[in-house]
Design a protein around this ligand. Sequence first.
Ligand SMILES: Cc1cc2nc3c(=O)[nH]c(=O)nc-3n(C[C@H](O)[C@H](O)[C@H](O)COP(=O)(O)O)c2cc1C
Length: 104
Amino acid sequence: MHVSSGEHSPAQRIQPGPSYQVSYAERIKLEVGITTIAVGLITEAEQAEGIVATGQADAIGIARAVLYNPRWPWHADARLGAQVSTPPQFWRSEPHHIKNLFQH
Ligand SMILES: Cc1cc2nc3c(=O)[nH]c(=O)nc-3n(C[C@H](O)[C@H](O)[C@H](O)COP(=O)(O)O)c2cc1C
């Protein structure tokens, strides 16, 4: 279950901020035991990794940050020291300050 919060009723008092809906996914996972995807202003690599690593959710989803920067997953991989699998044509695009981002 991908857990957003609707926000269609003025009676809801939602305060958008970093990870603001993650606790909903966490609670559903805990109480119902189903696989959850957390969303809600997850914008940083470490923030995303932390949510999954600590078991708050099984996966995370990102919308707004990816609308702004479609290469967000590559930047997150570079920051976390992970690798990206691409066709060889991309390999020479690796910036000098990043090493071994592309899996050869
Ligand atoms: C243009 C747009 C419209 C959205 N509309 C709704 C909505 O009506 N109800 C809702 O619960 N979530 C809505 N969302 C949130 C998405 O379901 C998704 O959970 C969320 O965008 C992911 O979080 P993030 O954008 O903070 O990364 C919308 C997102 C976008 C970008």
